[in-house]
Every structure is written in C-alpha cells, then in structure tokens.
Design a protein around this ligand. Structure first.
Ligand code: ZN
Length: 420
C-alpha cells in the first residue's frame, strides 16, 4: 500500500545531542511492504519513505519497532509515527484523510503482527521521479502564448486571463480537483454543460467577459451546494435569472458594470449572502427581500432608479381577499408541496411561478398589498445613497405605508422592537 503526502522526519536524539538540523517537510511516497527478494511471506514488514532527493528510500522495520501512532488529526490528513530504532518521529501531513486512515490501519495490523491479505503490500523498490515529484496545484496563464497543450490533473487553482477565450475547453472542465477558477479578461459568452463536472469549485471569477445572462449550468446541484464566491463584474448581463438564487451557500456576488434593470425577488432570501455589489447597472427598483437582511458589504451606487415596475409587477395599496386559487397556491408554496407536469396543467404551473415575495419570504399573488417605498439598506459597509427604492409586497393584512413596510409576520418573528 502506498500513500503520497508531506513527510517530516525528526530524530528524538537531536535535542539531547544539542544538534539543530534543518528539517523541512518533503513530498514523499510512503509504502508498506517487504524487501525485494524476500520470498518468505513471514519476512519482516517495513515502512519505506521515498523522496526526490532519496528515491531509493529510507526503510523502517515495523514489527516490534513502531512504538506509537498519533492519529488524532487523521481527519485533517495528519499523523505521526514514533519509531523505536532509529529513534525517529515520522510526521505525515497533507495526505488524503481516507487514504491515511486505511494506511494507518494496515500499519497498526503489521505492528501488532496480525494477518492481512498479501496483496495490500507494495514492493519496496526505488520510486520513479514522477512518484516523488510534488504535484502542481496552482497555475496562472496570462497570455495566449502561455496556454498549455494539456493541464496537470492535480490543479486546484487555475487562472486563465487575457487569452481571448470564446469557448472553454473540455481540458479545463475535466480538472475536477479545481476549487478556484479565474477566467477573467476573456471573451466568454457561455459555459459548457461539462462545466458541472467541477464539483469542488468554490470560487469562480468570470469578470470582464461577454456574458449576457447568468450561465444556467451554475444553477446545477454541484454549484448550489459549493459555490461561495462569484464575480461577474464587467459583463453584458441584462437579466439575472431567478435560478441564480439557488446558489444556497453563495457569500459574495459581484455584478458591477453590467446592464441589469432588475434583480431576482428571492435575492434577499439567499441564506449565506453577505456581500453584494451591483453598482454601475441600470437598476430601477430593488426587491423588498433585501431590506430584511444585514449585509457585510453592499454597493448599489451609480444606478438610475427611475422607479419603473418590472414585468409582472403591480401596485395595490390595500390587500384584497385572496381568491381560492391564490390561497391554494400560497399553501402549495408555503408547505413546499412537490408537483409535476402530470399533477398540474400549464396554466396552474405558470400561475404558481407568477407570485411575488413578501419580506418574510412568503409568496403572494395579486390580492396582496404592494407599494414602492424608500428604505435604508442594512450593511456594515454601504456605498451609494442611503435611501433606495424597494418594491414591497406584503403577505399580511396590514396596509403598506411608509411607517409599516414590513409584514406583520416578519415583525413578529424577526423585527420585534425594531422601530417601524
Ligand atoms: Zn410576509
């Protein structure tokens, strides 16, 4: 069995001999096996450390020689092996936690003299150069002349900037270990379906490209659960699809310098969103769900705010009695009752999707009260005007006036005591 990780060997004799030897962690291949030529299956088992400086490896006898395994931080990919002779502590780090756990389990069985299948042992032969070379995890390509023929599969951070990319290569979407991808300063207009394969991606920079709409592939389950930061500043976005609000762990969005007129109504209901930048757009109104949030940073400066109603919106100063269809629709959405195309006809499905959002997150329909009111956004760092225009919908029976723009339900649950 083999493991690739950082290894640091510390001699326990050094302090007593007053020798200070520089010791840096080395990328190593760690193997458990028997020495070559030992045909006897009962031959002793060794631990072998191979590095780029010493590909032939250092061997440690395991039975009756491995004193202790410190495995408290195995979930972080770290462990330490205390060897009796020579008196060394072998510290393993940056290992795959699952592989390290299996490795330590085998090591413990070998140390205790327990039986295990012979096939799990590795031949203790010198390592090839590729096996002890530290994998490339970061790569920055900043001009077309630097664009490589192929990418190392071990990449975790990749930046491809100023390369005039119009399409993203399958070679990039095959890099499933990527957690940070910077594709800024290109000419991208869309992302391929294969982009969904980047299941570890948490930071995505698409700034300074030519996107006209939110790439639908980013609404896939992969990104809804992982994507933390999305930068789409300086694109040509005219609309931001409601699918965007599916990104449930997104903390920061930058949409500066686009052509957005409206934002999705559910924007303020995104649970982790703490930083929002939408300056230099064509915004006319903001969704009321934003007023119930406290942002770390918010920037809505340099927008015209001409108070034009978005498509499908309406103003209705008093709440009316909801129709039976509206009441049923609210119940379906409130209790999240699943439905398919077989359950509901097209008109009913379209009706359910035509609702608007109250500050409390409830969906309301035409009978709800609604109004345009100015409000100060709650943000630690807030750029632009204090008073911004919001289109409010109210699920409760309270009239919407400048002094009571939060629905009664929201006041009871979250804003009790707050001046309104
Ligand atoms: Zn409400």
């Amino acid at each position: 069995m083999r493991l690739k990780c950082e290894v640091q060997v510390t001699s326990r004799q050094l302090p007593s001999l007053n020798i200070r030897k520089p010791n840096r962690p080395n990328f190593s291949q760690v193997s458990i096996g028997r020495k070559p030529g030992e045909c006897n299956k009962d031959g002793p088992i060794y631990l072998m450390l191979c590095t780029s400086q010493n590909r032939s490896g250092t061997k440690y006898l395991i039975p009756n020689n491995l004193v202790q395994i410190f495995s408290r931080f195995v979930s972080e990919g770290k462990a330490t092996l205390r060897i009796q002779t020579p008196p060394d502590d072998v510290s393993l780090s940056k290992a795959d936690p699952a592989q390290l756990q299996s490795f330590l389990k085998l090591l413990k069985m070998a140390a205790d003299g327990k039986e295990f299948p012979e096939r799990v042992l590795s031949p203790l032969v010198p390592a090839a150069t590729a096996q002890v070379t530290r994998p490339v995890t970061n790569l920055i390509i900043d001009s077309p002349s630097n664009y490589p023929m192929s990418f190392p599969t071990t990449l975790q951070k990749l930046a491809i900037q100023h390369c005039s990319l119009r399409r993203l290569s399958l070679k990039v979407t095959a890099l499933t270990s990527l957690s940070v991808l910077d594709l800024s300063y290109n000419n991208l207009t869309e992302l391929p379906e294969s982009f969904a394969a980047l299941r570890n991606l948490t930071y995505l920079d698409l700034a300074h490209n030519s996107f006209e709409e939110f790439p639908s592939v980013l609404a896939s389950d992969t990104f809804c659960k992982n994507l933390v930061l999305l930068d789409m500043k300086d694109n040509e976005m005219r609309t931001l699809s409601p699918e965007f609000t599916k990104l449930s762990v997104l903390q920061s969005i930058n949409l500066n310098c686009n052509r957005l007129r409206y934002l999705p109504e559910r924007l303020g209901l995104m649970p982790r969103l703490s930083s929002i930048h939408v300056s230099n757009n064509l915004l006319e109104l903001l969704p009321c769900t934003l007023v119930t949030r406290i942002f770390h940073k918010a920037d809505f400066s340099d927008n015209p705010f001409t108070l034009t109603l978005p498509p499908g919106a309406y103003l209705n100063q008093k709440q009316r009695v909801p129709s039976l269809r509206e009441a049923a629709g609210q119940a379906v959405l409130l209790y999240d009752i699943p439905y398919t195309e077989e359950d509901l006809d097209f008109v009913s499905r379209e009706f359910l999707e035509s609702g608007h959002y109250c500050t409390c997150g409830r969906v309301v329909f035409r009978s709800a009260a609604s109004d345009i009111l100015t409000h100060t956004l709650n943000a630690v760092v807030h750029c632009g005007n204090d008073d911004l225009p919001f289109l409010f919908y109210c699920c409760s029976t309270a009239l919407i006036t400048p002094r009571s723009y939060i629905c009664q339900r929201r006041m009871r649950t979250h804003f009790w005591g707050m001046p309104v």
